[in-house]
Design a protein around this ligand. Structure first.
Ligand SMILES: O=C(O)CCC(=O)C(=O)O
Ligand SMILES: [Fe+2]
Length: 500
């Protein structure tokens, strides 16, 4: 997985649309060149025909004239060779070269695999049906978009390669349904028997031999003499007779069962946690954490006391958010996670977003944001980590994790553990993308201008395992957040009394 990874941030994918625009222009240049040629050919055909017909209507007269016969001989000797050269001269070399150059910036097969994984993740996390996704019906909302047969076939093929045969089979089935109703334009023809054979193959992996045979038989009604199909049919019949299983050992992962009930984490992402009945969870103005707040109190909503967790409403202005996004966009890089065994950061599948880091005194805005975080938390930010601005793209998520350090990280940290996390939401998210805390049944939905803050450590400084949390995959939207991981060391004198 590369840092340039395309699908991991919506902001990053904007470039692709610009690239596509260039490619379309290039294709249009190609069409113009073809048209010019076509026009040349058509025009010549007309005049050649005219001359030839005139001659043939009075052959002898025509050929008796020396000018005519000379011209005939000359053009038969030369002109048709010129036409041959004309035909052999390829059209579109320039445009093909241009595509070749642009390929460097185009998504790679790794990007496609990541996008497949992301869509698959959305499907699993939100319990969606393939036929719903395929027709643009996402989590109860109809969008005026649907995937094409080529899209769903790619989903099927790649999930198959990844060994996810059940979900692969759904997408391939969907491809066949799509192919019934829509005709793909040339040069993207997809042969029905090819897709059917692949469907049969997938069903065999699932040990559904009888169904696989049915599919091949349907293919044979269209192409009764196709050798490949006949061979496949014999193979499957032999498998059925001998009772051998062509099935690869399926991973005994109960999570791959499509009919299972959702995990605690998935329930959080789907907004299924019961509402809290704790009467201590109130909304109020905070005018006490720092003296500044007496002048400008913050709208505070207490979300939980154990661990302590609050939401601040309207803590970022719209102008600040716009400036933050503008500042981050050019330097967004694929997010990483610290891997202790490697002693360095690593790009991982469990955290798909793009991030840009900003030192405290980067500009007046970062200074102001840090002052606000100080007001929100009462913490001294010296020795804390830089501000992280993040953008999540297609199915972007951050798997369940703790923000506090593990033992190795802790022992090498000069400024202590991450005592608290402040997470600003710089966007609403149309669907999905919530932050969930599965151990305490809390789901926090992104809301532009809001921030959530929680303590990662208990009063005694020990890690609080209840703070396990995750960023759910974005279903529809471009999720922007800004986070600050606050370190423990600087709080040794000023550490505010933890609310109990
Ligand atoms: O984006 C989110 O909702 C959570 C992000 C997070 O947990 C983190 O950056 O540590
Ligand atoms: Fe986190």
């Amino acid at each position: 997985i590369e840092e340039s990874s395309h699908c991991t941030s919506v902001a990053g994918m904007v470039k692709l649309l610009e690239l596509e625009d260039q490619l379309i222009e290039n294709l249009s240049d190609y069409a113009n060149e073809l048209e010019k040629r076509l026009e040349t050919v058509r025009r010549s055909i007309d005049s050649l025909r005219l001359e030839n017909q005139k001659a043939r209507s009075s052959t002898v007269d025509y050929l008796s004239n020396p000018l005519n016969s000379f011209s005939l001989i000359r053009r038969m000797n030369r002109d048709w060779v010129i036409w041959q050269l004309f035909m052999e001269d390829p059209v579109g070399v320039t445009q093909a070269d241009k595509i070749q150059t642009l390929r460097e910036e185009m998504p790679t097969s790794t990007d496609v695999e990541e996008a497949v994984t992301a869509l698959d993740r959305i499907q699993i996390t939100y319990g969606l049906k393939v036929e719903d996704i395929a027709s643009g019906y996402l989590n109860g909302k109809q969008y005026p978009i649907s995937v094409t047969a080529l899209d769903s076939y790619a989903m099927g093929q790649i999930l198959f390669d990844q060994g996810n045969f059940i979900r692969a089979s759904r997408w391939i089935y969907q491809t066949l349904t799509w192919m019934e109703s829509f005709k793909l334009p040339e040069p993207f023809l997809l042969a029905k028997d090819e897709v059917r054979t692949f469907y049969a193959e997938t069903l065999l992996k699932l040990n559904e031999k009888a169904d696989a045979l049915k599919v091949v038989n349907i293919a044979l009604t269209d192409k009764p003499h196709d050798i490949k199909l006949l061979v496949k049919k014999m193979e499957i019949e032999a498998l059925i007779r001998t009772g051998t299983s062509n099935q690869q050992p399926q991973p005994k992962n109960p999570l791959s069962n499509p009919n299972r009930s959702p995990t605690l984490y998935e329930m959080g992402c789907r907004g299924m946690y019961p509402a809290s009945t704790d009467s201590k969870l109130v909304c109020r103005y905070n005018s006490t954490t720092t003296p500044f707040l007496t002048l400008a109190p913050l709208k505070m909503e207490i979300v939980g006391l154990n661990p302590y967790m609050v939401i601040y409403h309207d803590v970022l202005s719209s102008a600040e958010i716009d400036e933050m996004k503008e500042m981050a966009t050019p330097s967004l890089k694929r997010a990483t996670v610290y891997k202790a065994s490697l002693g360095k950061n690593e790009v991982v599948k469990t955290r798909t977003s793009k991030v840009a880091w900003f030192p405290d005194s980067y500009n007046s805005l970062t200074l102001r944001l840090n002052a606000r975080i100080h007001d929100m938390t009462g913490f001294d930010l010296s020795g804390s980590e830089m501000l992280q601005l993040m953008n999540y793209g297609l199915g972007g998520h951050y798997d369940k994790h703790y923000d506090f350090f593990n033992a190795t990280e802790k022992s090498s940290s000069l400024t202590g553990d991450r005592i608290a996390t402040v997470l600003f939401y710089m966007s609403d998210v149309e669907q999905g993308g919530a932050t969930v805390f599965p151990n305490i049944y809390k789901t926090v939905y992104p809301q532009r201008g809001t921030a959530v803050m929680w303590y990662n450590l208990k009063d005694d400084g020990q890690p609080d395992e209840q703070t396990l949390h995750a960023a759910c995959p974005v279903l529809v939207g471009s999720k922007w957040v800004c986070n600050k991981w606050i370190r423990e060391r600087a709080q040794f004198r000023s550490r505010p009394c933890l609310k109990k």
